[in-house]
Design a protein around this ligand. Structure first.
Ligand code: TPP
Ligand code: MG
Length: 746
């Protein structure tokens, strides 16, 4: 243990014995805030345990037994906050919430928080929350989902969960969380500045401003600093005190009594008024930012000492003494006994097993099996009931339709069938989305199941995660692919990691619909024609679907919902905008890109994420998807006229790739042409190349046509940087010709 740690550890004892205690800011008595003397001792014990966990984690780190020493010292007052909330008030916590977790565990039977937290420090396989994957605070039975280290990224989902509680009530939905529960969401003063935090708080206030229930307490644990950067004095208070849609409360986080009383008030307001409260808790940070942080580099020794004099444990000791609850010796005894208890438990913990294989590490990425059957929240509709949803389109139902219409009908059927589906996005309600894909859904299912969000993609995706935390199956929509990027961490760092860091105990299944890719006629420019989805392909565990036509879209969207419901998957469903309204393939009026709408009953029981191949030609195998598939199908016919026979493989599922299916097709041809409408760098063509080479197929002639490494310009210039049918024809012809010339030359 470094000197500072030891100094702080010892200082508590000597200051209690000598009576060198801070003066109390508030003159409450335990009884005046509704606490008994025993409660104060209990809270103090929690604080002390949390402190010794911090101190001991640093000892363990020195011994190579612990890996992450960010602690809760200075923030132990959140023990009182935990006491003020209900056990089932879902808590999305700041990383300095050790005391909160210990105190909450006292509300549930059979909890072993000290052992559990030490297991987590030691990355033990027995760690009950992450199974040895990370030091996270969390517990399924304590309603504390684990959080990532990305500061503020938990606020949007906390906001979404709060929203979901009111929504469940309005819909009489059988939710996971009680209808009268609220959400607790804590974070630091520096984190509060993050745009993700600002967005989530704004969303909560925006909803509340228009009387939409948003029962959440945002707890800002303000220690005045973020790593080494001070928060301007008064900034947090000035920012939130008079904010529309938000109730502001403040308390002294060093004082258990004030913290308890004010948190109770905050919880009561949120619970009864169903509105967001911003609880500003003033406290201090002790022992630096983390074990590795040399605080003396940016803080003077006198400053560090002055802060240490305000140790919340000393404040609690002062309360215990002032109200004659414990004497000095008893306080010191509790403190010292806690230290030796933690040492003993830690000695046992370090002997427990760690994760030793990649398979073990990755086990929580792959669903263990069916978690929620199709029957959960699923209606068995009669055909007449079902058709009533299609009343407006009844004369068209038997006619072939384009992609947009078929997605729309699939959504109609899915929503009628599954009560848990909620759609949310920008302009998806009355307007029906910018491309009419969600038309009529709002009319059929109402504003509680098809909702217009405010303009903030982080809140849309975070909102969806929150809905999923409460048992809904969200289908969020991102208006254009380019606009997912400012919010991608909600998928990458949040939704996708939840199962991993909770050992599958928490999941947030959803189907994220995104309109994207290029080739839109008459609506040019990069942002509405973004042709890069590389960001989704390296996220472990997520599924990426991209239908190229209406027939496949129906099947794939239904499969996506099943993946989410049955396997708790996060599915990104990428819809090629340019093909939404496309009806013809080879010539005007041929109607070859319109398809029948199969009824849900026609769905196969088997869930398979496979490629689909058109043609049996053996001269050349074209691997493609989306618009590339459409263009390749045009090219296929032109090539056939030149007696070049090809097969066109629509990849359809872009992550994970159907590797077996791809190889099976490729093996039957000598030439392989990859047609990828995304940029050459980072496009899926690279993965396909790697797949073929690793499968020892490098003897085949493998070529690719990709978009240029460019953004998409306006107007016809767009086609200069994108693959075209002509290019496919030319390339395929030259590949086949080159092959026959070299054969002739032999
Ligand atoms: C998005 C993001 N950026 C940067 C970091 C690195 N980081 C970790 S904690 C922290 C400071 C947070 O300060 P504050 O919110 O005040 O919480 P405190 O540590 O003081 O309790 C920073 C910059 C991070 N974890 N996430
Ligand atoms: Mg801070």
């Amino acid at each position: 243990m470094s000197d500072r740690n030891q100094l702080l550890k010892d200082a508590f004892v000597s200051k209690v014995i000598t009576g060198d205690l801070p003066s109390l800011s508030q003159q409450h008595s335990p009884a005046s805030v509704g606490l008994t003397n025993a409660d104060i001792v209990d809270l103090f014990e929690t604080q002390v345990l949390s402190r010794h966990l911090d101190l001991h984690s640093r000892v363990m780190q020195k011994q190579g037994q612990s890996f992450y020493t960010i602690g809760s010292s200075g923030h132990e007052g959140n023990a009182a906050s935990a006491k003020a909330f209900r056990l089932d008030d879902m808590a999305f916590l700041h990383y300095r919430s050790g005391a909160f977790v210990i105190q909450r565990s006292k509300k549930a039977p059979g909890q072993t928080p000290i052992y559990d937290m030490l297991l987590s420090f030691a990355a033990s396989k027995d760690d009950p929350i992450s199974g040895g994957r990370h030091k996270v605070l969390g517990s399924k039975s304590l309603f504390i989902p684990p959080q990532t280290s990305t500061i503020a990224s938990h606020l949007p989902k906390a906001m979404g969960t709060a929203f979901s509680i009111g929504l469940a009530k309005r819909l009489a939905f059988n939710s996971l969380l009680p209808k009268d529960s609220i959400v607790v969401c804590s974070f630091g003063d520096a984190s509060q500045n993050h745009s993700t935090a600002q967005g989530a708080i704004n969303s909560a206030a925006w909803a509340s401003f228009q009387s939409i229930p948003m029962p959440i307490v945002f707890v800002c644990e303000d220690n005045g600093i973020g790593i080494s950067t001070s928060t301007p004095k008064g900034w947090v208070e000035a920012s939130y005190k008079n904010r529309a849609g938000l109730v502001y409360l403040q308390c002294d986080g060093l004082n258990l009594l004030d913290t308890y009383q004010t948190t109770l008030k905050a919880a009561k307001i949120a619970r009864e008024k169903r509105c967001p409260v911003f609880l500003h808790v003033k406290l201090i940070r002790l022992l630096g930012h983390a074990g590795s942080d040399a605080e003396f580099v940016y803080r003077k020794p006198s400053e560090i000492e002055a802060i240490e004099q305000q140790d919340p444990l000393l404040h609690s000791a002062a309360i215990l003494l002032a109200h004659n609850i414990l004497d000095q010796k008893s306080i010191v005894d509790i403190y010292q006994q806690a230290a030796s208890r933690i040492e003993k438990v830690a000695a046992r913990v370090v002997t427990t097993p760690r994760l030793t294989t990649a398979k073990e590490v990755m086990a929580s990425l792959i669903p263990a099996g069916v978690k929620a059957g199709m029957s959960k929240n699923t209606n068995r509709l009669s055909q007449t009931e079902r058709l009533s949803y299609f009343e407006h389109d009844k004369h068209n139902l038997s006619k072939k339709q384009h992609l947009a219409k078929l997605i729309n009908w699939t959504l109609l059927d899915l929503m009628a069938q599954h009560n848990d589906i909620v759609m949310l996005g920008e302009d998806i309600a009355r307007k029906g989305g910018v491309y009419n894909v969600t038309a009529k859904l709002h009319e059929r299912f109402g504003q509680n199941r098809v909702l217009n969000t405010l303009l903030d993609e982080q809140s849309i995706l975070g909102g969806a995660i929150g809905l999923a935390h409460n048992g809904f199956l969200p289908i969020p929509e991102i208006q254009f692919l380019a606009y997912v990027h400012n919010a991608e961490d909600q998928i990458r760092g949040e939704a996708a990691t939840l199962s991993f860091f909770s050992n599958q105990q928490y999941t947030n299944p959803m189907v994220i619909r995104i309109a994207g890719l290029a080739y839109q006629k008459g609506f040019g420019g990069h942002f509405h024609n973004d042709n890069s989805f590389a960001i989704f392909r390296d996220i472990p565990g997520i599924v990426l679907a991209c239908p190229s036509n209406g027939q496949d879209a129906v099947e794939m969207l239904r499969a996506s919902v099943r993946l989410a419901k049955e396997q708790q998957k996060i599915v990104v469903f990428l819809e090629p905008i340019a093909l939404y309204m496309t009806k013809d393939l080879h010539q005007e009026g041929d109607g070859l890109w319109t398809f029948d709408y199969p009824e849900p009953s026609a769905e196969s029981a088997e869930l398979s994420l496979q490629v689909k191949t058109h043609g049996k030609g053996k001269d050349i195998c074209i691997l493609t998807y989306g618009n590339g598939y459409y263009l390749s199908r045009q090219a296929q016919q032109i090539l056939a006229k030149q007696d070049i026979k090809c097969r066109v493989v629509d990849l359809r599922w872009l992550a994970p790739l159907d590797e077996q299916g791809i190889l099976q097709q490729v093996q039957q041809c000598e030439q392989v042409l990859i047609v990828d409408e995304c940029r050459k760098t980072g496009s899926i063509s690279e993965a396909l190349m790697a797949l073929l080479i690793e499968a020892n197929l490098s003897h085949k002639n493998i070529q690719r046509i990709c978009a240029q490494d460019s953004f998409i310009p306006l107007g016809s210039a767009a086609y200069e940087v994108l693959p075209s049918c002509n290019e496919i024809v030319e390339k395929a012809t030259s590949m086949v010709k080159h092959k026959s010339t070299s054969k002739d030359g032999k």
